[in-house]
Design a protein around this ligand. Sequence first.
Ligand SMILES: *Cc1c(COP(=O)(O)O)cnc(C)c1O
Ligand code: SF4
Length: 411
Amino acid sequence: MDSSAQPGAAPAVAPSKSRAGRPPASAEGRRRLFPQATDAEWSDWRWHQRHAVRNLEQLERYVPLTPDERAGVQETAALFRIGISPYYLSLIDPEHPFCPVRMQSIPVRAEARIRPGELADPLGEDKTRPEEAIVHKYPDRVLFLALDTCSVYCRHCTRRRITKGGEAELSKEQMRRGIEYIRQHPEVRDVLISGGDPFLLSDTRLEELLAPLQEIPHVEMIRIGTRVPVCLPMRVTDSLARTLRKYAPVYVVTHFNHPKEVTPEAAEACERLVDHGVPVENQAVLMRRLNSDARIIQELSHALLRIRVRPYYLHQMDVAEGCEHLRTPIAKGVEILQQLRGFTTGLAVPHLAVDLPGGGGKVTLQPDYVVERGERETVFRNYKGQRYVYPEPEETDCSCPYDEVWRSRPR
Ligand SMILES: *Cc1c(COP(=O)(O)O)cnc(C)c1O
Ligand code: SF4
């Protein structure tokens, strides 16, 4: 049998249009910063983990810091760790402090300032955390916190109470208890594995989590939240993709925030997942002066769709400690959506989500296209601001008579 016909094997396909012939984005930075790294090392994710920059002294060797960054590194030292993979470091613009890669990985002084109203646990997750590993906030789905480490520590991380360290990889006992909780709760049909970054687990450890979850009859789908395709794309090996495919439906939810991050390396990682039958979605976070512009969000969406990644959420920044300087006014996100909807592919328009401080959960926002709501008709303005009327139907009974048959079918 041809090996490509085995279940879980990726079909032999040419790289898609977006990738053909593009040189690696990290090439110039790699030559400048890590000239001694061999190709084998550069493509080995564990090498990147071992050589991640983790303190001021190391960072100064690679990036000429601004005084604000230098003070930021010192002042945040006790608050949240630094970690930047050589790959992500190679994408940093050494000359511009507003480089989006730089802003996401190097702290500034503002991050050390905790404002009144900012919360260590902005989404009130610890209130709905029946097990160490489980956040159960919504009726039919849970968040599974698998570990506390990441490939890059994002300066905008709002789960830093966990990622700042001290929780580490879940013990086997905590993992077992998390799985047991899900087994005991038949209403849970969707498990979102996050952390920290679950793709920093070995394929074997990941499988120890996926296999028992898949065996639970009421678990219909698994999602994995990860920044690995963005910050450590070499981790997405064929073996990882095959492992995920075995437990389908597994959706990967990744976290690109700026088109600069959609490099040929990141594209290869995402396309490898999709080629193996693992859909990839993206959640971006809106950040002031980093991506707070409709042109940037649109370019990000287009870049993602070209590599078969679907924009899912655009998040309003949580009210988390040290993140005030990155928050945008609520109106900015709505304005951005208004500049996308109708003007570009509908798939390129993410849901704008606000995760309510204190634990209320996510709500979505969108521009208001309704001008007037009448009993006989609704008046809209379209994306160009022109007025259109939608007449209401005469009959309003919306019950579905066949539903009784459908619900009582043998299952
Ligand atoms: C965001 C989130 C989910 C998933 O929400 P979706 O809207 O289904 O993507 C689940 N649990 C928690 C605690 C969350 O914050
Ligand atoms: S990868 Fe996610 S969990 Fe880790 S630091 Fe970044 S935002 Fe936080």
